[in-house]
Design a protein around this ligand. Structure first.
Ligand SMILES: Nc1ncnc2c1ncn2[C@@H]1O[C@H](COP(=O)(O)OP(=O)(O)OP(=O)(O)O)[C@@H](O)[C@H]1O
Length: 268
């Protein structure tokens, strides 16, 4: 990086700024603090991964970026504008296979958010949806109903549906966690291939260290309860093909130690 690159990087506006965000749930008995003063910037085309153990507030953070939960402290900004409500500029893909409407076909499911939000002229919906379904490799299943699809196929529909909306940022909440290992691996590669083609911006939540390293260009590592950031790491240089390499294993170990100390190596 020469001097001009350094100054340009400093000037670059973040796409998404999470700024000192504390998130809480008020239950009948107590206040649960899910995250404490979490801050990070993500930039356009980032594959930004939030990594942390169960309960560290990753999903809660994603909900807040989605505009579903208001910070008690700090704020989330998209393109400099404070996020205060859900919007079509932030589409979420969840872990659950039942996020599709069971009474609608694949194509109808992809059209649904366009109809609900009035995004794009009505005359474009069918073509846009068909293109999205093709992108996730499901053209043959465009008229199928969700219950006839495998878990991986359902997740592909959910990803296609979200991308069809052309959101500014795609929010993914452990979308592959409920898949078997082989399908999960294939979905990771497909997501990277889609990213190479469309270059979307995403925040991806996972508690798998390996998944984080494979998918991310940047990883935020969080501690549990309340979730706080321990490190922000550059993972640009790693991909699946290197996963047995000394460098990859050392990087994985470094993150493991951050998360769990030196107690064992079984996580991730
Ligand atoms: N609706 C809720 N009401 C009260 N507490 C909640 C609620 N949802 C989450 N929490 C609490 O907030 C904390 C963060 O939860 P969150 O689901 O964001 O964690 P996570 O890192 O996404 O975990 P996981 O990987 O298991 O999904 C946890 O202590 C959890 O028990």
């Amino acid at each position: 990086m020469d001097q001009s690159d350094v100054s340009l990087a400093g000037l670059r506006e973040p796409l998404l700024a999470v700024d000192g965000v504390t998130l809480q749930y008020a239950t009948r008995e107590q206040i649960v603090t899910a995250t404490h003063r979490v801050s990070f910037d993500m930039f356009e085309r980032d594959r930004f991964v939030l990594l942390g153990p169960s309960g560290c507030g990753k999903s809660t953070l994603l909900k807040s970026i989605g505009g579903f939960l208001k910070p008690v402290e700090g704020e989330v900004r998209l393109n400099g504008k404070r996020v205060s409500a859900p919007g079509a500029d932030r589409m979420i893909v969840f872990q659950e296979f039942d996020q599709l409407l069971p009474w609608q076909t694949v194509l109808e499911n992809v059209i649904f958010p366009m109809r609900a939000t009035g995004r794009f002229p009505r005359s474009e919906w069918a073509d846009r949806a068909a293109a999205a379904v093709a992108k996730v490799g499901l053209s043959k299943f465009a008229d199928a109903f969700p219950h006839t699809l495998s878990g991986g196929m359902k997740q592909r529909v959910a990803i296609g549906r979200a991308l069809a909306m052309e959101p500014q940022v795609l929010l993914m909440d452990e979308p592959f966690a409920a898949l078997d290992a082989l399908t999960r691996r294939r979905m990771q590669q497909e997501l990277l291939d889609l990213w190479a083609e469309i270059q979307f911006s995403m925040v991806f939540v996972t508690h798998s260290i390996q998944e984080a390293i494979i998918l991310a260009n940047r990883i935020v590592v969080m501690t549990p309860h309340p979730g706080q950031i321990i490190a922000e790491l550059d993972a640009t240089d790693f991909n699946y093909d290197q996963s047995g390499s000394d460098e990859f294993v050392a990087f994985q170990q470094k993150i493991n130690d951050m998360l769990f100390g030196h107690e064992d190596t079984a996580h991730g």
